[in-house]
Design a protein around this ligand. Structure first.
Ligand SMILES: Cc1cc2nc3c(=O)[nH]c(=O)nc-3n(C[C@H](O)[C@H](O)[C@H](O)COP(=O)(O)OP(=O)(O)OC[C@H]3O[C@@H](n4cnc5c(N)ncnc54)[C@H](O)[C@@H]3O)c2cc1C
Length: 337
């Protein structure tokens, strides 16, 4: 739970690429476990390390890095998805600091969270993303109102939550007041490399299963791997997985070196997630009817792969981010991307 967190804060002290390899491998076994760790690390622990004061880092990071607290990232609301800057959760000033009220939707890990990075509007008059601030809440500042039922990713919990007038002190403001959107966007810049690694892990698992099955299953007196139609599917799978892997590792290395990685991360997530959706479907095809049943894991890979095209910025938002970067447009995407 603290792979790339420095040892002084209770982590393993490994680098960001090592953390990405961990996410890939976890997701190869179970994508729900992959996203549990990805949100906990990329979307909660790392932003506290990046934007926190010394006091916030020493107070909040060690329990997260040691896995004593699970982290949750609360940005999305019913009316604020891709357009996260439209969020309406309010943080009103009071004598201690702020009083927070609002509702968030589809929050990974929330039911079991010890630490919640939550985004709320501190300036009700500022347009869009301008008046948003980031806060570090405890699990008991929020109340879970629903466990979402999903197509896949069933070992990961996804919750609707409410915050009902939680009073928090100034020591829980992360970064500057009104600069929360920068925290969110920087977080998602790195977070989406983790989701790309998740997609890669799922696709690798589907390929491994399909390859093994193709070498075993016999029809017309031959292994199905002897049919060119199946060989081409496996060749395309192996090629696309390699391409995704190179994009993911490049983005991770850029982040590791502290270099700009917004465009590289968006390209990695866009390609890896769409590749995973395509290739998990092909894995089912190689399994034939067995692929459609729960007897084999490939139907799960297919269901799990789909979400990687949606969260931490949809594929459409990734294209927007890439287009803005390659066209040199100065306006920053006010979107989850
Ligand atoms: C399982 C799961 C876990 C999640 N975990 C978290 C979490 O931990 N924390 C959190 O804060 N959120 C979380 N989310 C929310 C997730 O990040 C959002 O669902 C995602 O950002 C998309 O927002 P939306 O669903 O409101 O879609 P919308 O924004 O309503 O988009 C609908 C469609 O319109 C397209 N679209 C929107 N705007 C544009 C545009 N400008 N140009 C082109 N197309 C556009 C989208 O790409 C999409 O195809 C989770 C969601 C799921 C399903």
């Amino acid at each position: 739970m603290g792979v790339c967190v420095p040892e002084e804060y209770g982590g393993a002290g490994a680098d960001f690429l090592s953390y990405i390899l961990v996410l890939e491998e976890l997701s190869r076994a179970d994508a729900g476990v992959g996203v549990t760790v990805a949100v906990h690390t990329s979307a909660v622990t790392l932003p506290i390390l990046t934007f926190g004061t010394d006091e916030q880092r020493s107070r909040f990071v060690p329990p997260l890095a040691r896995g004593e607290h699970l982290g949750s990232f609360a940005l999305t609301e019913a009316e604020a998805g891709s357009d996260a800057g439209a969020l309406r959760t309010r943080a009103e000033p009071d004598s201690e600091g702020w009083r927070i009220t609002g509702a968030k939707q589809w929050i990974t890990n929330a039911r079991f969270a010890g630490t919640v990075l939550l985004f709320a509007r501190t300036d009700l008059d500022a347009p869009g993303a301008g008046g948003v601030s980031a806060f570090i809440l405890d699990g008991d500042h929020i109340r879970v109102t629903r466990d979402e039922e999903k197509l896949g990713l069933n070992s990961s919990i996804t919750n609707d939550i409410v915050v009902e007038g939680a009073t928090i002190g100034r020591d829980r403001l992360l970064h500057e007041e009104g600069k929360g959107f920068r925290v969110a966007m920087t977080t998602l810049d790195g977070g989406r490399i983790g989701i790309a690694a998740q997609a890669l892990g799922i696709a690798q698992a589907a390929y491994d299963a399909a390859r093994a099955y193709a070498l075993e299953r016999r029809q017309f007196g031959k292994r199905i791997a002897d049919f060119q139609a199946i060989q081409w599917k496996l060749a395309d799978m192996a090629t696309e997985i390699d391409a995704a892997r190179l994009l993911v590792y490049r983005a991770a290395e850029l982040k590791q070196r502290g270099e700009p990685h917004t465009e590289a991360g968006a390209k990695a997530k866009l390609f890896a997630s769409e590749m995973a959706r395509r290739q998990t479907a092909e894995a089912i095809q190689i399994f034939g009817g067995y692929g459609y049943t729960k007897e084999f894991p490939v139907e799960r890979y297919y269901r799990d792969a789909k979400i990687t095209e949606i969260y931490e910025g949809t594929s459409e938002i990734q294209r927007l981010v890439i287009a803005r970067s390659i066209l040199g447009l100065t306006e920053r995407a006010l979107a989850q991307g």
